[in-house]
Structures are given as structure tokens and as C-alpha cells.
Design a binder for this molecule. Structure first.
Ligand SMILES: C[S@@+](CC[C@H](N)C(=O)[O-])C[C@H]1O[C@@H](n2cnc3c(N)ncnc32)[C@H](O)[C@@H]1O
Length: 441
């Protein structure tokens, strides 16, 4: 955008017009993508699926347009509405927690005509008046639809809350134990002792629940991580890195890999790749079960190995081409990250690579010193795509609340790498996340 256009955008009226134009032009581009895929955008009230429902199927150009649309709509709305009206919003997570726990979306499956709140109340042992009010708030935000007064049915959004969908595990986790922990954020940060701690024990989560997250609800966490993969489009990992050109039988060591659902994507898509999953013993047991159910051929062909590790004390399996850390470092403050990276560095060779797959944060203001591959949004949007990438900044707060840890900027990852004997090579765009590649110094 030219300097003269930038100057014009310093007026509120000009910004509103620029945002409205951006929304209209971006809508055209999005419709063209649907048309090219032989489809059209499904109506909100329908339960139809669309070609881009899974973030993994969204091409990167469309992904950027969707973020621009989300950011521009939100920014325009905030500009034209009363600040008090915008700021005073709450209660939606509590409603999502209730409907997820009570499995209301499950009871509405195959009932396009909907169920009356008295029938929903019978099935869930809830009060009909109260459950109706909760569903109405959610329907007002387009999750569920009210088909007749007090009769509710599923729609595209509420189908994500069906208990067999891993996204419902994520919603349950976020709106229950994490939401309760969030209520302790202010008192933890304002306490002169705990507010200055950077250890996991000082996290609001521990204050709320008396234990750390990994000692809490292990099974729900595993489902929530699969749900997080669905929300963030984990399959983009297959397209984000040139896996097809890595040598035959290259081994990826998926450290803190959970049940290995991400490296399973790679093993399925690239026959030249073998996988080692490393995690704490209880999770390794879950991982074996998961692979035996989801990809038994890989287990039989010995293309996957399961090796327990405590990554603070042990070095990972030697001799691997790739050491892959997805959503592991964000669980830990810098001191713990340095221990993990130091242990990995010990087994790496000049040809092996460290791949850190994480959200990569940006400042909300334009930054001239920004590294290559980090895309800043067009004006008048905020440089970090504003509401189009809000999840990244919400997730940063989640990390503060749960672990006293953080999401990081690219520079913060580079600093961690440089402190532990790594050289930054490049960041690969994997949609919601970036894959930051390091070699050894
Ligand atoms: C946020 S999960 C990420 C899982 C997986 N990489 C993914 O993207 O779905 C972090 C993982 O680190 C594992 N972990 C935590 N402490 C560990 C330790 N000391 N040694 C090895 N793994 C650990 C947890 O069990 C969990 O599976």
C-alpha cells in the first residue's frame, strides 16, 4: 500500500470504508475457491460439510484470505459499535462446558426437526428452562439452531461438540479445567510471590486444581490434543516440509509426541519415513494402543517404534534424521526448554535437523526488523492479523494459566536455539503453526 493511501487510512471513516472493501473483495476470492472445488459455501443452519471444513484441506492462499476476513469483520464491527457494548462479553465458555458435559449435540444427532427443551431436559437430567436459555445463547452465536420456539437442532458448529469428535474433547478441556484455572489468573499474577515465579508449580492451574495438568485427566488430554490437531489443521505438516525428498528410511523422532497422531500423518503419507515416538511411559502405552487401532500396518512393518523418555533427564534415540517437537516447548518456561533442547543436541549430527512445530507469535504493531517468511497483514488490519489469528494469543494465555509457560515469537525460538548449540535455518509455513528448522552449530 502506498504512503498516500496510508495517510488516508488515518481517518476512521477511511478505515471503515477500506475494511468494508477488503471484506467484499475477500468474499469474492473465497467464493471463487469454493467454486473451483466444485462446491458452494454451506448455509450456517445446515449440517452439510464443505470442502474446507478441515483446516488441513485449506490451501495456504485461502487460509490467508480467511484470516483477513475474520480480522476485517471483527475490526470493522469493533470500530462502529459502542466500546462498552463490545467489551462486556462473557459466559459463552460456561455454556459450552455444560452442553459438552451433558452431550446435548449427541442427543440431537439425526434429529433435523430438533428436540423441545423438555425432551432435552429429560435426556440430560437438566432443568428445561435453564437448558433452553443456555442453548439460546449458543444459538445466538450460531452454535445450534432454534428451529421453533424452545426447539433446538444441531448445525455445522454444534456437530463439532458430538462426544466422538475430538474437538469436543478440546472444548471440554478448555471450558472446564482450563476455564476454572483462568479464574485464578489475576490472583496468581497479583500475588507478590507467585506472580513473579516462572516455574510450572507457580501456574494458576496448580492453584486452582492443586496438581499440574499432566497429573490431571490424562485421557481427556490425549483426546483434546487430537482435537487441537483438528482445529489447527495438523495434516498441513505433510504439505509444509519437503518430506518426499528426504532419504529413504529417514527416521523422525517425535519427542513428547503424545499418542503420535501427528507423526502418523507423516508415516501414512510418506513411505520413505519411519517414526520413533518418545513420551512418558503412561502416554507411550496409549500411543501403542492408538497405532495398533489406527495404523496397524505400520506397527507390523516396524515402521514405528515406541520408546519411553523423560526428556529432562534422558537423551532421545540417537541416529535420527529429524528430531521433531510439536507443542512441547510451549508447555515449558525457558529454563526447562533449555534442558530439553540440550538433551536433544547431544545426539544430533551435522546432517540431522531439529524441527520445532509451534505457534509463532507476532507483535500487534508493524515491525520493520521482522524475519523472512513471517507475513504481516495488509493495512488497515493489525500487523499480526488481529482477530484472524486471535487463537494464537489466546493459546499464549492458556500456556500462562496452565503451565506458567508461553507461546513464542520467532526471535524467542532463535534465542533458545542459540543458547543450546543450534543454528537457525528457516521457518516453514504450516498454516496455524510454523515449523522452525535448526541444524547444529
Ligand atoms: C502438549 S502435548 C503435545 C503432544 C504432541 N506432540 C501433539 O502435538 O499432539 C505435550 C507432550 O509432552 C509430554 N511430556 C510431558 N512431560 C514429559 C517428559 N518429562 N518427558 C517426555 N514427555 C513429556 C506429555 O506427555 C505430552 O504428550
Amino acid at each position: 500500500m502506498s504512503t498516500s493511501e496510508n495517510t488516508l487510512l488515518s481517518s476512521g471513516n477511511a478505515q471503515v470504508i477500506a475494511l468494508a472493501k477488503m471484506i467484499s473483495e475477500t468474499a469474492d476470492k473465497i467464493i471463487k475457491e469454493y467454486t473451483a472445488a466444485g462446491s458452494s459455501i454451506p448455509l450456517l443452519d445446515s449440517t452439510d460439510t464443505g470442502p474446507f471444513d478441515s483446516p488441513s484441506n485449506i490451501p495456504s492462499g485461502l487460509g490467508r484470505d480467511l484470516q483477513i476476513m475474520e480480522a476485517a469483520c471483527a475490526q470493522l464491527n469493533i470500530m462502529v459499535n459502542s466500546p462498552a457494548h463490545i467489551i462486556a462479553t462473557y459466559e459463552e465458555p460456561a455454556c459450552l462446558q455444560l452442553v459438552t458435559r451433558a452431550k446435548i449435540a449427541d442427543f440431537l444427532l439425526d434429529k433435523p426437526e430438533g428436540l423441545h427443551v423438555t425432551e432435552i431436559a429429560d435426556k440430560t437430567s437438566l432443568d428445561s428452562g435453564k437448558v433452553g436459555r443456555i442453548l439460546r445463547l449458543l444459538a445466538t452465536k450460531h452454535c445450534f439452531k432454534e428451529v421453533k420456539p424452545d426447539v433446538f437442532a444441531n448445525n455445522r458448529l454444534s456437530l463439532q461438540l458430538v462426544s466422538t469428535n475430538p474437538v469436543s474433547g478440546l472444548v471440554g478441556h478448555l471450558t472446564d479445567e482450563v476455564f476454572k484455572a483462568g479464574a485464578h489468573l489475576s490472583e496468581t499474577l497479583q500475588d507478590p510471590k507467585s506472580g513473579l515465579l516462572h516455574s510450572p508449580e507457580g501456574a494458576p492451574f496448580n492453584k486452582a486444581h492443586g496438581v499440574a495438568l499432566f497429573d490431571f485427566y490424562e485421557t481427556r488430554l490425549a483426546q483434546a490434543m487430537v482435537g487441537w490437531g483438528a482445529v489447527t489443521g495438523k495434516s498441513r505438516i505433510s504439505k509444509a516440509y519437503p518430506w518426499d525428498s528426504v532419504p529413504q528410511n529417514s527416521v523422525i523422532c517425535d519427542i513428547g509426541g503424545g499418542n503420535g497422531h501427528v507423526s502418523r500423518e507423516l508415516a501414512k503419507n510418506f513411505s520413505n519415513i519411519r517414526v520413533i515416538i518418545q513420551d512418558i511411559p503412561t502416554v507411550i502405552t496409549q500411543a501403542k494402543q492408538y497405532w495398533n487401532e489406527e495404523y496397524p500396518e505400520a506397527v507390523q512393518e516396524q515402521r514405528v517404534e515406541f520408546i519411553p523418555i523423560d526428556f529432562f533427564k534422558d537423551t532421545p534415540a540417537p541416529g535420527c534424521q529429524f528430531y521433531y517437537l510439536r507443542h512441547v516447548l510451549h508447555d515449558w518456561p525457558n529454563a526447562e526448554c533449555i534442558k530439553i533442547l540440550t538433551n536433544i543436541r547431544k545426539v544430533m549430527t551435522p546432517t540431522s535437523r531439529l524441527l520445532i512445530d509451534e505457534l509463532v507469535l507476532q507483535h500487534a504493531v508493524r515491525d520493520q526488523s521482522i524475519r523472512e517468511n513471517i507475513d504481516q497483514a495488509p493495512e488497515p488490519l493489525l500487523a499480526n492479523y488481529g482477530m484472524g489469528r486471535l487463537r494464537l494469543y489466546e493459546q499464549d494465555l492458556n500456556m500462562m494459566i496452565i503451565f506458567n509457560s508461553k507461546e513464542r515469537t520467532l526471535q524467542e525460538f532463535i534465542n533458545l536455539g542459540e543458547q543450546t548449540g543450534f543454528k537457525y535455518e528457516k521457518v516453514w509455513d504450516a498454516g496455524t503453526t510454523g515449523i522452525i528448522e535448526f541444524s547444529i552449530i
